[in-house]
Write a protein that binds this ligand. Structure first.
Ligand code: GAL
Length: 715
């Protein structure tokens, strides 16, 4: 969040009137809005809420909750906010589904209640993130303008009564959203207690009607210029798919031409981006720069390319739900690191479950202590805020059973005290974590193009591209303690080791990036199915890994989907490959075989190379054609670390204990969490200051879900 610097006099005026984060030393940061509203002499009595409480600084770690003041009588608000303040909740997200209260009829805007809710929050030292209400248009809007409703894939029009019923491509809907957003931005864009904006909520539902279809045709023309070009790049001679007019090109989402499928996804991504740009244009000119703009993403959700959609935002955020079962620190950690990779900086967890959800098959609760461990796991991965969805269930509506912090009677549920503990923790640890982030020597590449390309043609249904990525992520993270997950077109020079699990589709630009990374001394590891597809989701005209074959000095002779296991052995020990196997060959004397397949009735793989590597100057390129697991995977991970010269700060850790390190130039913060069932002791490499418990320590003992936050100067 950017904060303006103001003269001391204005700073003092604002600090007296508003809690708005004023730290009143000469030149100290303060929100410009706080000063301007204070200078304008707006009095709290004018809006009927108590005078503002004493000023406080913005926390480095924000604990928050989703609050829906529009669902409750105003007379209840202060009770809710008292309870939030007692739990150390420092921000509320409001308004993201409140359009029918903000504009009950066309052009008739009612923002006063939101203003009063913000003032009430302010009087409890609680900041506000406003969600623009576009995910839930009001009934008057969709009945007056039915063309704003989305057309479902079966051709039926969606209707009012749920949410996300709008057509994301519709220009009229965008105009109506823009007008609504401008009203909110003008009213609250300079409000000192509004710290940020969330655009919409979890973009997801698409429209397949004539409006989207026409825009898709335009998009195709922009990208392919001529039908001849499109026909050639999609190889439409196949099955007589040749198009002679743009209007003949259908929308396909599952079993279409791979070029068509990929183009639709890219169109969808660009259309969400332009949907969001429309709202950014409504907000940006009307709000202070210190107010961030984000939207809440969804982990591995693959409906669009999240790198495209987040590109124009100030900050990434996501909604972190476990759903069924317990927290899996590996796959959940990968989702955090994916989100941190969108804009390559710290992010917020904008929603997370207070114990349980209402939409999974069994909706079990997280165990006692697990919600706190999960919050610290979030922070360890680079989150600067954790916010619980939601504070209290609406008394009616689709989500009555969802976990909350208050019950239907308006008093705390058992989990409330655990969340209050998190709030106390955040207060204590905030100063140590302020300005710190995660620094990684290892990156894992993730591309939506590859994810989709494999998902549409898994070939073996058990080949899950995300599970493949998480497998490598887990093995390497256990050794390296921090891993970045990034798009293959970013500058990779900061990483000693880059792993590209199943990087199926490689564009020319990405290939050039990877080649120069290796030539500049980087260590690149490609795994199964890499380098098979080109930018149009067509086959590369070289065997895998396509444009990287010359650098590798080897290639994939043939891939095999497996119905039974094939043994593999070599420098990483002995194991099995289960789902997929690629027969590799070498063409360069400098390319060495690391692993070979054993004998099976399949025959083709017997004794053939399963993993090969080649040194390129100071760097190297490795291709793994088998799916590794257990000891062979762990040994491969160790080998990669050694080859690349990645020296982890610490380890090995006791089983079940996770370590996260955030640092700035001066100091490091280590977060240790025990996710295992038994108590574990970790002997530290030097003396650390225990941020939560106090004192200096050389070792910590952690019971299940215990958290230690430790600080030391950078050694
Ligand atoms: C999220 C959504 C929230 C709420 C929550 C329930 O996906 O953004 O509005 O529905 O799920 O888990």
């Amino acid at each position: 969040m950017k904060i303006f610097r103001l003269p001391l006099t204005l700073c003092l005026a604002a600090a007296v009137t508003f809690p708005g984060w004023a730290r009143c030393a000469p030149g100290a940061p303060i929100s410009a809005a706080g000063a301007s509203i204070a200078a304008a002499g707006v009095a709290h009595s004018a809006v009927g809420v108590a005078p503002a409480a004493a000023p406080s600084s913005p926390p480095a770690l924000y604990l928050g909750t989703a609050w829906y003041p529009e669902q409750w009588p105003e007379s209840r608000w202060n009770t809710d906010l008292d309870l939030m303040e007692a739990a150390h909740i420092r921000f509320v997200r409001i308004g993201e589904f409140a359009w029918s209260r903000l504009e009950p009829s066309e052009g008739d805007y009612h923002l006063g209640w939101m203003y009063r809710a913000i003032r009430a929050a302010e009087s409890h030292h609680i900041a506000v993130v406003i969600g623009t209400p576009s995910a839930a248009p009001p009934a008057w809007l969709t009945s007056k303008y039915p063309e704003t409703l989305r057309v479902k894939q079966d051709g039926r029009l969606d209707q009012h009564g749920n949410r996300q019923q709008f057509n994301w491509a519709d220009p009229l809907y965008r105009r109506l959203v823009y007008a609504m957003d401008v009203q909110e931005a003008r009213r609250f864009g300079h409000d000192p207690d509004v710290i940020g904006w969330q655009i919409d909520n979890e973009y997801a539902a698409l429209s397949y009607g004539p409006i989207a279809k026409a825009q898709f045709e335009n998009w195709l023309q922009d990208h392919y210029q001529t039908l001849d070009n499109l026909n050639s790049r999609w190889t439409t001679a196949y099955w007589s798919q040749t198009y002679t007019a743009w209007s003949q090109i259908p929308i396909e989402t599952n079993y279409g031409n791979p070029g068509l499928l990929l183009s639709w996804k890219r169109f969808v991504s660009d259309t969400w981006r332009s949907y969001q740009l429309n709202q950014l244009r409504a907000l940006r000119p009307n709000i202070d720069r210190r107010q961030f703009i984000t939207t809440n993403m969804m982990g591995f959700f693959n409906g669009y390319d999240a790198y495209t959609v987040t590109r124009d935002l100030d900050m990434a955020s996501w909604d972190d739900y476990v759903g069924t079962g317990q927290l899996d620190p590996v796959s959940n950690g990968a989702k955090h690191d994916l989100t941190r990779g969108f804009l390559r900086k710290n992010f917020w967890v904008m929603e997370t479950q207070p114990g349980f959800v209402n939409w999974s098959p069994d909706n079990n609760s997280l165990d006692k202590g697990e919600v706190r461990a999960m919050a610290w796991h979030d922070i360890g991965h680079g989150a600067d805020a954790v916010s619980y969805w939601q504070w209290r269930s609406a008394l009616n509506g689709q989500e009555e059973y969802h976990g909350t912090l208050l019950g239907a009677d308006g008093t705390p549920v058992p989990l409330y005290s655990e969340v209050a503990q998190i709030g106390r923790d955040f207060g204590k640890a905030g100063p140590a974590l302020a300005g710190t982030t995660v620094h990684s020597q290892v990156a894992i590449l993730h591309s939506y193009d590859s994810y989709w390309a494999i998902d549409w043609q898994r070939h073996n249904k058990a080949f899950d591209p995300i599970a493949t990525m998480v497998t490598y992520y887990g093995a390497i993270r256990a050794l390296a303690h921090s891993v970045d997950i990034v798009n293959p077109d970013v500058d990779l020079s900061q990483y000693k080791l880059v792993i590209a699990p199943a990087l199926n589709l490689i564009t020319d630009k990405e290939a050039a990036n990877l080649i120069s990374y290796v030539r500049d001394g980087g260590h690149l590891v490609l795994t199964q199915r890499s380098g098979m597809k080109n930018a149009d989701n067509g086959l590369q005209t070289e065997r895998q890994p396509g444009p990287l074959v010359p650098l590798l000095g080897g290639r994939v002779e043939q891939y095999y989907a497996l119905d039974s296991t094939v043994p593999v052995s070599g420098v990483w020990g002995s194991g099995d490959t289960h789902v997929w196997a690629e027969l590799l060959s070498t063409s360069d004397p400098e390319t060495h075989v690391l692993m070979r397949y054993g004998n099976t009735p399949l025959g083709w793989l017997n004794g053939q190379p399963a993993a090969i590597t080649r040194k390129v100057g100071q760097g190297s390129i490795t291709y793994i054609g088998a799916d590794l697991e257990g000891a062979t995977l762990d040994n491969a991970a160790k080998w990669m670390m050694t080859e690349a010269g990645v020296h982890p700060e610490f380890g090995p850790l006791p089983a079940g204990v996770d370590l996260y390190i955030r640092s700035d130039a001066q100091h490091e913060v280590w977060i240790l969490i025990n996710f295992g069932p038994a108590p574990k002791t970790v002997d530290l490499p030097s003396a650390f200051q225990n941020v939560l418990a106090g004192g200096s320590q050389r070792s910590v003992t952690l019971k299940r879900f215990d958290v230690a936050v430790l600080q030391r100067a950078v050694p």
